[in-house]
Ligand binder design. Structure first.
Ligand code: PGA
Length: 256
């Protein structure tokens, strides 16, 4: 199976940005610019904007994602949101294990695994984030780190379910820093992730999984990254907050 049979997915990760009126404005601007996209387009917004985003994108080709999900169905988990709460609103995707969650909110591979399984059980498509720290790259253990994350984050997830997941390779040193991994560096790790999936789930499942690159992807560098065999899309932070830039990345992915 080749790259062109996998679904190319460009997802915006808005992080903690945009009030509701601002979100409306951004979605209104994005919709016409990506209307003829040849790839899947997703906007992952803060919880408070999800309902607005779902309403505004009805009948369009833009899908809506959340930025996290809790693994329990309900209960005494102050501040958390369950998978059922997201699907009920009409959310289809959810980012899990973003490095900012791991770094600032104590997210571990164990909780990423639990969240991934809960999301799958509810019918959400998880975008599971993995990636090494700068010093881990400098110590030459990138593959060890990312391989471990893949193994733990997908523990006890079936091959059938893995195919429903998106994996975002996001080197932590490239996120929000303006320092993009080179296309070759990104491809090397994305290819490694696919080989790790093949070890765990067999070649057919590995070839079916969409693997995104994330970390300072922008309108200028997207085409080169997305041309690589194992880079099927992007998880876009900063550049997803500007409609023309986001649309340019979508265009690059549409050419594939
Ligand atoms: P960035 O963020 O594009 O601003 O580097 C990417 C991400 O954190 O998903």
């Amino acid at each position: 199976m080749k790259k062109n049979v996998r679904k190319a997915i460009i997802a915006g990760n808005w992080k903690m940005n945009k009030t509701r009126p601002e979100a409306k404005e951004l979605i209104e601007a994005i919709k016409p610019l990506v209307a003829d996209a040849g790839c899947e387009v997703v906007v992952c917004t803060p919880y408070t904007n999800l309902e607005t985003a779902v309403e505004m994108t009805k009948g369009s080709n833009v899908r809506v994602g959340a930025e996290n999900v809790h693994f329990e169905k309900s209960g005494a988990f102050t501040g958390e949101i369950s998978a059922d709460m997201l699907t009920e609103v009409g959310v289809q995707y959810v980012i899990i294990g973003h490095s900012e969650r791991r770094q600032y909110f104590g997210e571990t591979d164990e909780t990423v695994n639990k969240r991934t399984k809960a999301a799958l059980a509810a019918g959400l498509k998880p975008i599971v984030c993995v990636g090494e720290l700068l010093w881990e790259r400098e110590c030459n253990i990138t593959e060890e780190v990312v391989g471990r994350q893949i193994k733990l984050d997908f523990y006890d997830v079936s091959a059938e379910d893995v195919k429903k997941c998106v994996i975002a390779y996001e080197p932590v040193w490239a996120i929000g820093t303006g320092k993009t991994a080179t296309a070759d560096q990104a491809e090397e790790v994305c290819a490694f992730i696919r080989s790790k999936l093949a070890d765990l789930y067999g070649d057919a499942a590995a070839q079916a999984v969409t693997i995104q690159y994330g970390g300072s992807m922008n309108a200028g560098n997207a085409a080169e990254l997305l041309a690589k065999e194992n880079i099927d899309g992007g998880l876009i932070g900063g550049a997803s907050l500007k409609a023309p830039d986001f649309a340019e990345i979508v265009r690059a992915a549409s050419k594939g």
